[in-house]
Design a binder for this molecule. Sequence first.
Ligand code: FMN
Ligand code: SF4
Length: 511
Amino acid sequence: MRNTFYLISIICLTAQAVGSYFYHPLIWSFGLTVPVVLLGIYEVLQTKRTLMRNYPIVGRARYWMEILRPKIYQYFVESDTDGTPISRIIRNVVYQRAKKQLASTPFGTQLDIYEPGYEWVNHSMNPLKLDAIDPNELRVSVGGSDCIKPYSLSIFNISAMSYGALSAQAIEALNWGAKEGNFAHNTGEGSASRFHLKRGGDLIWQIGTGYFGCRNEDGTFSAAKFAEKSNHPNIKMIEIKISQGAKPGHGGILPSQKNTPIIAEARGVEAWRRVESPSAHSAFSGNKELLEFIKKLRELSGGKPIGFKICMGSPSEFDDLCKTMVDTGIKPDFIAIDGGEGGTGAAPLEFSNSIGMSLKDGLVFASDYLNAYDLKKDIKIIASGKIMTGFDIIRNICLGADACYTARGMMLALGCIQALECNSNHCPTGVATQNPSLASGINVKEKHTRVFNYHHYTLEAVAEMLAAMGVGSTTQLGRTNLWRRISTNEISSYEKLFPEKNVGSSLLTSA
Ligand SMILES: Cc1cc2nc3c(=O)[nH]c(=O)nc-3n(C[C@H](O)[C@H](O)[C@H](O)COP(=O)(O)O)c2cc1C
Ligand code: SF4
């Protein structure tokens, strides 16, 4: 019925066009009124939508408004400082850096610096020369005492996003940008696809509960496949995914229609079959087994840095894990802390909104526990969760991170317009879709330069901020450098809000 309606509408619209051409009002009005009448009849007869049945035409207008509302809001209503999840001001700075456009703002800050929650770092009366720090030198060595192949990691890297969540073109452009900018690209749990490997950028291979790229047919972990793949020279570090901020404790499903032969090839599964990533790992259970698994992966990979990614849940669980590290002497080389504010391709609303600790709190917990157990010297922390600007990087390093990841920052650099359709396969910019005609809109050569530029100019901003603070290296940053407005007439350093823990400090063990 719907198709018949569309057909008649097309005939009527053609009649309208013909009517207009010959200036014949009768043909013209026929073309205008008949489709509306037909639409009304169709809506009265359909049984799916009550509102349209009771209020034909008007009900549909409301439906269209609902669809258009976010677009109208984004383009006509939203101010520079609103816009969720990423405000316009931040989106613009990413676009400008990616396109190498004017990087300054006129007339002063648009932020209300008297509003509680406003944060800043203090400058020094003795700043360094603005170009005193080389942005390319902003790196940190990852690899504890058991690691044979430590990796020099940029302080700003591409966070986990799989080929499958992102298009092949997006993955290739990200990896090419990473190659040119000498920073790392996390594969996401979908494993290292041919598009991750094509341009030779450094990879962090993420292993989720589906063990993609290193799984047996029954979905369990395959040591032999892991050993073979992890020895690829582009793979510099391995990250076990325990949880992610947008959906901690929730597995994932790769629907059969998205499981194309190339995606299946990367993941080591059968094409066009529905594949599940359970919520928990089958290769280990509990802290001791997790640490033994880390040790095993380190050996199988020939001594590459092995870490895990979590969104902080119960602090007492993390406390137990630290104790087990001390008892067994087995430590990860890095821990990625993801905040509850982190992004995802798709997640249930309750998980995105109401499970998992925010980055700031999770990071402070992790850093405090590792310090208290004297583990921090061997374990690097990578932070993620809305880290997009130079200040975001500095803020998280002040709170305990050694390096940072960004996922959505890189998507914006690729041209994402925050249309929020990543879970529909209709991404208009070709970034988060497997629809070949949409994805082919991405010009990989052009976009890889944008990824490179965004990374480069953001690190340049970090270097200049450090110089203004009179600090020669990110290792000198701490909570004393970061300040926050508590109320209109009260400000505090983060050292006062979250005092840093020293080795042996007593911490909550029953939180
Ligand atoms: C499209 C998309 C896909 C993602 N896929 C993964 C994934 O495969 N594994 C993972 O651990 N996190 C995944 N994430 C989460 C990001 O890696 C990151 O932890 C989170 O988005 C926080 O960073 P952001 O605020 O910079 O986006 C994904 C995020 C996005 C936006
Ligand atoms: S433009 Fe694409 S990637 Fe960006 S939010 Fe929309 S659907 Fe997601």
